[in-house]
Design a protein around this ligand. Structure first.
Ligand code: SF4
Length: 410
């Protein structure tokens, strides 16, 4: 991995810092298994077929995580959670303990029948991980644009089940960066079906990287790290992805962010939400609205909001009232008003919200320090503690996160 050069004209300036912390967050990550039915080229986990946890262990971990962290959504992830034979019971268990159960899946094993069963068990929705480097049977040589067909069938399946949220995670590689525009266009065309798309630049380790790896005082080789990849990927930044989004929606704006554990203004997570109808986008939620929504939700529900329900999402027109405190909403309000003047028949069309989120995971700074997400939503259970999902293999293999130092020759 090449060191990133950190820019001072940060993209996070003026955004609301999402108030998520280690102990109080929108999300937590449950890992019922680390087994998977696919093999994504860049996956940072070992596909461990012996890792399936029995229900009693899952319940213990869940309770321990909920003692350590207040959260709105429990992501039931993995590995591939749908390979777990007790996935319906797990979903019911999560629901019974309070958080919204959301299943993070590659979608390969999902059928309309299973969606119905999971809905009866209380599932709140699905986040689908779909992109071109997953070795997905039947989709191996497809482009991101062609994969929109698969995204569409998954989104339709969830929409038909009614009342569930449908979101996507998309890993972006340097060779697919130019296809971000196609992914974003498809996402906004499905504003009424897709609540969120999270665009995540790939991270992996390669022998040409300028780092030496240490587990405590023991030096290890790159092959002993869980992240080693045959490919040497250029580390994309959040800004690289934002530029592609702006090529489609020049007016798209982010409202909040999570910074880095070392660089507080690093755009680790950039959250943006646009408001629109099926045919037209009117504008964005601004930082003030999000600050108010998070604060009021926390006051009333005792936790920070993660995913709003589809019912709330489709009542987005109520948010126009936030124009009193939020300039971005006033712009959206004006655009909506102008479109009504042009076509009054659009008065009754549904107005929805949709999030496009950009991440910049795990950066190596020039001195070898590692900048991670401050307020990481994806914390999971390990040995009585919460650890970031992207570092869990370090803990499983070495009992601690790997340290990196710049090679003397570099
Ligand atoms: S620290 Fe790692 S697991 Fe946590 S949000 Fe960032 S990339 Fe994801």
């Amino acid at each position: 991995m090449k060191p990133i050069e950190h820019k001072t004209d940060s993209i996070t300036t003026g955004l609301h810092r999402m108030p998520w912390t280690q102990s109080d967050n929108g999300f937590t990550w449950l890992e019922p298994t680390r087994k998977c039915n696919m093999a994504c080229e860049y996956c940072y986990q070992r596909n461990d077929h012996a890792s399936e946890k029995p229900l009693e262990v899952i319940e213990k971990e869940l309770k321990a995580m909920l003692r350590l962290r207040t959260c709105d959504t429990m992501l039931i992830a993995g590995g591939e959670p749908l390979t777990h034979p007790d996935i319906v019971k797990i979903t019911k268990l999560v629901k019974s303990l309070g958080p919204k159960p959301v299943i993070l899946t590659n979608g390969q094993a999902l059928t309309p029948e299973l969606v119905t069963k999971l809905k009866s068990a209380g599932v709140f929705g699905f986040v689908f991980h779909v992109d071109t480097h997953q070795g997905r049977p039947g989709w191996e040589e497809k482009t991101e644009k062609e994969l929109n067909q698969l995204r569409q069938s998954l989104a339709d399946m969830i929409y038909d089940a009614k009342g569930l949220i449908c979101a996507f995670n998309t890993t972006i590689l340097p060779e697919t960066l130019h296809e971000v525009a196609d992914i974003v266009k498809w996402t906004t065309d499905n504003l009424h079906k897709v609540s969120t798309n999270v665009l995540i630049p790939v991270r992996s380790a390669h022998p040409e990287d300028p780092w030496e790896y240490y587990a405590g005082s023991e030096k290890i080789t790159i092959d002993q790290t869980p992240y080693v990849s045959k490919q040497c990927y250029r580390n994309l930044t959040a800004l690289d992805i934002c530029k592609e989004i702006w090529s489609v929606h020049p007016d798209y704006r982010f409202h909040s962010y999570l910074g880095g554990t070392i660089l507080p203004d690093s755009p680790k997570w950039l959250f943006g939400t646009h408001i629109g109808s099926r045919k037209k986008l009117f504008g964005n939620l601004g930082p003030k609205s999000v600050e108010l929504i998070q604060s009021v939700y926390h006051l009333v529900a005792g936790k920070f909001l993660s995913f709003p329900s589809p019912r709330i999402n489709r009542k987005a027109r109520l948010l126009f009232a936030f124009g009193l405190i939020d300039r971005s909403i006033r712009v959206a309000w004006k655009n909506r008003f102008l479109s009504l003047l042009r076509n009054p028949l659009t008065l009754f069309e549904k107005i929805s919200l949709q999030n496009i989120i950009v991440m910049q995971p795990h950066d190596y700074l020039p001195n070898g320090e590692q900048d991670e997400c401050d307020g990481c939503p994806n914390k999971t259970y390990w040995n009585g503690r919460l650890v970031s999902e992207c570092r869990k293999e370090d803990y499983l293999l070495y009992g601690r996160p790997l340290a990196t130092f710049r090679k003397k020759s570099c």
